[in-house]
Design a protein around this ligand. Structure first.
Ligand SMILES: Nc1ncnc2c1ncn2[C@@H]1O[C@H](COP(=O)(O)OP(=O)(O)OP(=O)(O)O)[C@@H](O)[C@H]1O
Length: 927
């Protein structure tokens, strides 16, 4: 149990009974058996060894694998899959294992790629590429895949972890009342593994995919969430419900329709769940008594999932499609091309030519320059591509050097490791945390800078610096998490944070050392370069100058365009300002007009008075506009409320009709039972009579010598009946008891019947209340519209009577309020409107102030009503327990739980409250 659960006073409700059973503390007969149960003292490493290790090993041999953690919120899924600094989870352990398997597999080349996505509110986002949002799931011959996903080649465990750390920064996390850092999305970390053996032993390329999944936790109604969290919770629950249904269908083993398409999660996992890969499901549970029911559900889910049978087999792909093969082919072709190019260049180009080329360039002979540029660029591109491709292919260090001392270092393909091991560069790498991640290439083809490091080695150092930077990012994000958690456990966190800080400092130091080496090596190489090298360096520098020049040109062109745009904008601005001035002039002239007329009247006061009036009118207009906005908002609020009420009313109707159906059934059952009772009573009377007559005949069965004695009796009706009774072997006492039991059952049923009637009565009352509320809200709504119309009219000043029709047509109520349109509105509304109309026609419009006050009072009244309405009863009682949104339908599950809306209930194969299987659905509204 967690600290929080202890503090809450929870007890242990479920416990691990041995390493295969989970048993209920309160009801020991309830237990579930699994492949392996890990108790409270188990480490994640043990979980990894049993539940993930074999899957990862098989994935390295070409069999797809999926490992996922399932459980309610805060039960430890993220702890199991990601872990923390002290206890790494399945994902980091798997990554480490993958690289050590590569190291232990001499004779094979591997290419590893990773992708990392999340499913948040049924939208797939790429965590490695912030621009990759709302991606789509597609299907091809090999199964389902996410379109447009970013895949990154990884070279070391640290490299892979740095991508996870970067992805975690974008993942959706939030807090609920169970977990401060609750995962609000499902995440899928995928490792794509390609491998082939070398040279003569080449047997094609094997491809496999390893999915490591951290699901978001299902949320019960106990999770106090609102707004966004509630919405997220409903999406999480829906997708987990679909996962449950899919697992349920698969475990049945029958060829029925499996609804993979009902959620993105099941759609992506379709190939894994139904295909030929290994799947390992880790269910996380809490022993706490307050979550007993949720834990029970998880155990049932796990039991069902255990019944699914999957037939794992190795994948093979055709060579053309494999990336590793493509890279290998490309490397050979590029090397060839580079050779040709280099030969051509060394022979064909000398410093004078370069100088003359430079001169010609200055003179504008673009053709020559571009040839030089192209050749240089092509060469540089080829070299860097060869290096890059070569570095991506991973091989065990045991491959490359005969007699290698097997120091455990993993090499990236090639033959430069001798140099590395002998140089201090190599030792730095071997000393580092992810020892022996060495990048190699075909160094023979790559130019070595005299006295310094080869280009490959330099690249290797740069790569190593990048990896260290990634690892530092990962450690920093772990530290951030720890700092967040330090409030709960300051002592423990402090030491962890200190350790991490030390580690980060250490890595920074390593990075600085490497950077120093790079700089020193550059300097050394410069001081020792031969003439040829100088030529080449010069050429490279020239190319760089040219490139920079080109870049500069592009930038200045861009700049020119931007300046033009700016100028255009300025001109536009100027035009606009002129227009504004013109309009102002026009306005001033327009303002002057009444002055002229007032001059005609010869009264300055009159003008001032008019101006003040205009100003007041403007202020009033502003106010009215604001009020109009308020009222419109109020109106839409009322409309929504109205809709809600209608939904509630229909819900109540459905419930009532469901109750009626049940009542009818119960009545039928009661009648049947009464008939049965009557029959039994008759039988009892007959039996009693027989017993009595037997007693009066002195024939006590105990003393009459048993059955043979009865056979000798003379035939008669009573005796025949007795024989018949005897042949049934019925005891009157039994019958009496049976009768009593039936009577009890009957009275129970009658009690249930009357209870149902009470419920029905309650529902009826609720329905009436809802109807009343609806009517009153409609009434209010209509009143508001009348007021709005009046306000509008007043805003326009006194309107001549002939304008009344126009005013009426402006009213928006017919579109928003169907009842008014149909003329069905409440009489009081009609009356009020008539009164107002009359008052308007008589030019007896109340002054604005009282009207505004009335409007405010009305708004206050409406708000209070809303509060009363919302405050009535439990807001959660009628919402669907899965999506938390729609009202529940009147659905009769076999377990009698009315807890789902229609769409959720159709999507599930079992009741989410008690997990009873849904065999029939009776929709009351259908009946
Ligand atoms: N086996 C465990 N040992 C120690 N601490 C654990 C263990 N399992 C979970 N915790 C702690 O419990 C808290 C909640 O765990 P975690 O975040 O892994 O739950 P979750 O199931 O992923 O939750 P959600 O679904 O809300 O994301 C964390 O602080 C975690 O460190």
């Amino acid at each position: 149990m967690s600290e929080r659960e202890y503090q809450r006073g929870d007890e242990v409700a479920w416990y691990a009974d041995g390493d295969k059973l989970v048993r209920n503390e309160y009801n020991p007969a309830t237990s579930y058996a699994f492949d392996k149960v890990f108790g409270e003292y188990s480490e994640t490493q043990e979980v990894y060894d049993v539940a993930a290790g074999p899957v990862i090993k098989a994935a390295m041999e070409g069999i797809n694998g999926t490992v996922f953690a399932y459980g309610v919120t805060s039960s430890g899924k993220t702890h199991t899959m990601h872990g923390d600094h002290n206890s790494p989870g399945i994902i980091p352990l798997a990554i480490k294992d993958v690289f050590s398997i590569i190291q232990d597999t001499p004779g094979r080349e591997f290419l590893l790629r990773v992708s990392y996505i999340e499913i948040y509110n049924e939208v797939i986002n790429d965590l490695l590429d912030p621009t990759g949002q709302n991606l789509r799931v597609r299907e091809d011959a090999q199964g389902t895949y996410v379109e447009g996903i970013k895949e990154e080649v990884v070279l070391s465990p640290g490299h892979a972890l740095s991508f996870i750390a970067a992805g975690e920064e974008h993942r959706h996390i939030g807090s609920n009342n169970f977990n401060l850092l609750s995962s609000r999305s499902h995440t899928i970390f995928t490792l794509m593994i390609e491998s082939s053996s070398h040279g003569d032993e080449y047997d094609g390329v094997i491809f496999s995919q390893l999915n490591l999944i951290d699901l978001a936790g299902s949320e019960s109604s106990k999770t106090e969430t609102t707004g966004l969290r509630r919405k997220e919770g409903s999406y999480i629950n829906k997708s987990l419900l679909t996962l449950g249904t899919v697992i349920g269908k698969l475990s049945e083993g029958r060829a029925s329709h499996v609804p993979y398409r009902d959620s993105k999660l099941t759609r992506i996992l379709q190939s894994s769940l139904s295909g030929h890969g290994h799947v390992s499901l880790i269910c996380t549970i809490t022993p706490a008594s307050s979550s007993m029911e949720e834990t029970h559900n998880t155990l049932k889910f796990a039991s069902r999932a255990k019944r699914i049978e999957i037939y794992a087999s190795q994948n093979k792909i055709i060579d053309e499609k494999s990336l590793i093969k493509k890279y290998q082919r490309e490397i050979s072709a590029l090397k060839l091309e580079l050779d040709q190019l280099r030969r051509g260049m060394l022979v064909g180009v000398n410093p004078e030519e370069i100088m003359s080329l430079k001169q010609k360039l200055e003179e504008g002979q673009v053709k020559m320059q571009s040839r030089l540029e192209e050749e240089e660029e092509a060469k540089a591109a080829l070299m860097s591509r060869i290096q890059r491709l070569t570095k991506l292919i991973l091989v065990s260090s045991k491959n490359a050097i005969p007699g290698n001392d097997d120091n455990g270092s993993l090499l990236l393909n090639g033959d430069i490791q001798n140099d590395l091991i002998s140089s201090n560069v190599g030792s730095t790498i071997t000393d580092s945390t992810h020892a022996g991640e060495v990048i190699s290439g075909s160094a023979s083809d790559v130019k070595r800078l005299t006295g310094g490091l080869s280009i490959d080695e330099m690249d290797l150092l740069v790569e190593r610096v990048k990896m260290l930077a990634g690892e530092i990012a990962f450690s920093t994000s772990t530290m951030k998490r720890l700092v967040e958690q330090s409030a709960n456990d300051p002592e423990n966190s402090k030491t962890q944070i200190e350790d991490l800080e030390r580690e980060i400092e250490d890595k920074r130091r390593q990075m600085r050392d490497l950077e120093k080496q790079i700089v020193e090596s550059n300097e050394a190489s410069i001081s020792n370069t031969s003439l040829a090298d100088m030529q080449q360096t010069m050429m490279q520098l020239m190319t760089q100058i040219d490139e920079k020049g080109f870049e500069l040109e592009i930038r200045s062109a861009d700049n020119r365009i931007l300046q033009e745009e700016l100028q255009n904008k300025c001109e536009e601005n100027k035009e606009l300002q002129e227009r504004i001035m013109l309009l102002e002039q026009q306005l001033a002239m327009a303002n002057q007009k009444p002055m002229t007329s007032s001059e005609q009247h010869g009264s300055k006061e009159y003008i001032d008075g008019l101006r003040t009036k205009i100003k007041i009118q403007e202020v009033e207009n502003e106010k009215l506009k604001l009020q109009h906005v308020h009222i419109s908002e109020e109106n839409s609020g009322l409309y929504v409320q109205n809709q809600k009420l209608s939904e509630e009313a229909s819900y109540a109707k459905e419930l009532a009709s469901a109750a009626a159906v049940e009542l009818k059934n119960l009545a039928g059952e009661v009648t049947k039972l009464s008939l049965e009772n009557a029959r039994l009573e008759k039988e009892l009377v007959a039996a009693c009579e027989l017993a009595n007559s037997k007693a009066s005949n002195g024939g006590n069965r105990k003393f009459d010598g048993g059955k043979p004695g009865r056979k000798g009796r003379s035939s008669g009706r009573v005796n025949n009946a007795y024989d018949e009774f005897d042949s049934w072997n019925l005891d009157p006492e039994d019958l009496r008891m049976e009768l009593q039991a039936r009577k009890q059952r009957e009275s129970r049923l009658e009690a249930a019947l009357s209870e149902k009637e009470v419920f029905e009565e309650e529902y009826r009352k609720k329905l009436e209340d809802a109807k009343k509320k609806e009517a009153s809200l409609e009434n209010d709504l209509a009143n508001m519209w009348v007021l709005v119309a009046q306000l509008k009219k007043e805003a326009k000043g006194p309107v001549p009577e002939s304008n009344n029709n126009e005013r009426n047509t402006e009213r928006p109520e017919p579109t928003n309020h169907p009842k008014v349109e149909n003329g069905e509105q409440n009489n009081s509304v009609v009356k009020e409107r008539q009164v107002l109309d009359v008052s308007q026609t008589a030019h007896d419009v109340p002054k604005e102030e009282p009207l505004v006050a009335r409007l405010k009072a009305r708004m206050q009244e409406m708000k209070e009503k809303e509060v009363n309405y919302v405050g009535n009863g439990d807001a959660n009682s009628h919402v669907c327990k899965v999506c938390f949104e729609s009202p529940t339908a009147a659905m009769l599950l076999p377990c009698r739980h009315f807890s789902l809306c229609k769409s959720c209930s159709l999507a599930c194969s079992e009741c989410p409250i008690c997990r009873t299987k849904i065999t029939d659905r009776i929709f009351a509204f259908a009946s």
